[in-house]
Each structure stands twice: as structure tokens, then as C-alpha cells.
Design a protein. Structure first.
Length: 123
């Protein structure tokens, strides 16, 4: 039986979510998606969580088998970051006073999970 890329990604997101929850974060939403328009690519945030101090965390999960050049964390390109920020800004419109927030990356390669807090900025 062949495992699809989506199945690998879903399992990675579940592992990342469990890892972050073990470190005190609370899940708010999974797979927040927003479209940019009929011909424009939108964005998605894999996990939205709240840290103990109230910070809203937009987490990108990248799962790799370890054989690809650069690894999981390196696959969060500037273009990918822009799409995540686009979705996060859309999500934050629901708040009268948006909370402090940050963008984290959870990189999974095999059994290893690395959590990069404040991996990139919204700029």
C-alpha cells in the first residue's frame, strides 16, 4: 500500500500538534485556509495555537524523509512564508485587538522533531 503525500503531511501535523501541546501550547485551529482570488494563490496555516503567555502561534509543519536537499526546515521558502503570513493576517481580522503572535516552524525528519520558535517574521 502506497502512502500519499497528504497522509504523510497529516501524520506530521498530528505529531507536531502533540509535540507542541506537550510543551504547553493549546490548539485553536488546524488547516486554516484562505483564497486570494480566482487566479491568485491563497495561503494556509497548518496549526494555530495559543502559547501560555497568550501569544497566538501560527505553525508551519514540514515533514521530510531526510533525503531531500536542505531538509524540512529549509523547505519553508520566502514564497511559502508570504502565503502563511497572508492567511494569518486574514485570520487576525476577526480580532478587535489582535494578540501578540509569532510564526513557528516544526520540522519533522524521520523520528526527529525540531521546533523553531519565531522562525520568520510577517515583514
Amino acid at each position: 500500500m502506497t502512502v500519499t503525500t497528504k497522509e504523510v503531511g497529516d501524520e506530521g501535523e498530528a505529531r507536531a500538534c502533540a509535540h507542541l501541546q506537550r510543551h504547553g501550547l493549546t490548539l485553536v485551529q488546524r488547516n486554516y485556509r484562505v483564497a486570494a482570488g480566482p487566479r491568485a494563490r491563497g495561503g494556509e496555516v497548518d496549526l494555530i495555537l495559543r502559547d501560555r503567555d497568550g501569544t497566538l502561534v501560527f505553525a508551519e509543519v514540514r515533514t521530510r524523509d531526510g533525503t531531500r536537499h536542505g531538509g524540512a526546515a529549509a523547505s519553508v521558502t520566502p514564497a511559502k512564508q508570504r502565503r502563511i503570513v497572508f492567511a494569518a493576517r486574514h485570520y487576525l481580522r476577526a480580532f478587535a485587538a489582535p494578540p501578540a503572535c509569532r510564526f513557528d516552524v516544526v520540522a519533522i525528519e524521520g523520528e526527529r522533531i525540531e521546533w523553531f520558535r519565531a522562525a520568520f517574521d510577517a515583514a
